[in-house]
Design a protein around this ligand. Structure first.
Ligand SMILES: Cc1cc2nc3c(=O)[nH]c(=O)nc-3n(C[C@H](O)[C@H](O)[C@H](O)COP(=O)(O)OP(=O)(O)OC[C@H]3O[C@@H](n4cnc5c(N)ncnc54)[C@H](O)[C@@H]3O)c2cc1C
Ligand code: FES
Length: 271
């Protein structure tokens, strides 16, 4: 059992939690994730390690469906059943001079440790944070501490540019030739269009793929992703990959395989 040390509500859909897990904390690197089960009957859900504080692992989760809603019902002092990690490959921290991160929604959680690692290497950091409205622009203070430039974009224009992260990214890639690398983390559709822009303006790009994962150890094959015609497992080969040749359309279609079952579980929780 793993104890919840602290829980904060960031907005109506997103919480941040600190879980006591010394072994995970000791071995975690940027890009790693955990797979947790809330209770004995729970499904396994992957969540990125957003930060480490001593023996505690910080996770930030959006309450999407059954399991994340169930996790959101837990409070500080409660326990969760399993917390396995660190899993996956650590993120590629490349030799670059000016990196721009593009984070959509809860993608700003997995982005944070990667940009921190670049900042510690002395790399210049720009960031575009995008969300549906200003309440969903999370971790601004944490990013202000490490970024040279921050640009905001919201769907409704409640803060920053009204529009998509790609509306902000394109002029920057066009005008600032010091930017030599892009990292995109967020909804698959966003990562697809950010990758197209990076390719158009000849910048390298890394993306963090989020296929449905079950065991997280390369055994079930559920997290297959196609990159340049080859098959990779998101859990053991990723989740971070160069974006240029990722088959984003296949990933989007595979993500909705269990939509009917997920909806039934969600309704059960609401009863
Ligand atoms: C490596 C990795 C890191 C992730 N990090 C974060 C994070 O830091 N914060 C965060 O909010 N979310 C993260 N996710 C997504 C998170 O795992 C899903 O939102 C969660 O599993 C949804 O479960 P649910 O039962 O609440 O919702 P459901 O209703 O079951 O599913 C909602 C949607 O979430 C996705 N999903 C469902 N089950 C899984 C699964 N087992 N594995 C992957 N995706 C699934 C599917 O696209 C599905 O349509 C990450 C996913 C991966 C693969
Ligand atoms: S989650 Fe089973 S092989 Fe990756």
């Amino acid at each position: 059992m793993y104890k919840i040390i602290e829980k904060k509500v960031l907005n109506k859909d997103i919480d941040i939690m600190k879980i006591e897990a010394p072994l995970v904390a000791r071995n975690a690197e940027p890009g790693h994730f955990v797979i947790l089960r809330v209770d004995k009957e729970g499904e396994r859900i992957p969540l990125t390690i957003a930060d480490i504080e001593g023996n505690n692992v910080v996770i930030i989760y959006q309450k999407m469906g059954y399991s994340t809603q169930l996790l959101g019902k837990k409070e500080a002092g409660d326990t969760i059943e399993d917390f396995v990690g660190p899993l996956g490959q650590k993120a590629h921290i490349r030799d670059k001079k000016h990196v721009i991160g593009v984070a959509g929604g809860v993608g700003s959680a997995p982005m944070l440790p990667q940009l921190k690692a670049y900042q510690e290497k002395g790399v210049k950091i720009s960031l575009i944070l995008g969300a549906r409205n200003k309440d969903y622009l999370i971790l601004k203070e944490e990013y202000e501490a490490i970024c040279d430039n921050i640009y905001l974009a919201t769907d409704d224009g409640s803060e920053g540019t009204k529009g998509l992260v790609t509306d902000v990214l394109e002029p920057l890639l066009k005008e600032d030739d010091t930017i030599d690398h892009v990292i995109a983390i967020g909804p698959v559709i966003m990562m697809k269009f950010v990758t197209l822009l990076a390719k158009k303006y000849s910048r390298s790009i890394d993306v963090s793929l989020n296929p449905i994962m079950i065991d997280g150890t390369g055994m079930c094959g559920n997290c297959r992703v196609s990159i340049g015609g080859k098959t990779y497992f998101g859990c053991i080969d990723g989740p971070d990959f160069p974006g240029e040749d990722v088959d984003f359309d296949e990933l989007m279609s595979r993500q909705s395989y269990y939509k009917d079952e997920e909806h039934v579980c969600y309704l059960r929780l609401k009863q």
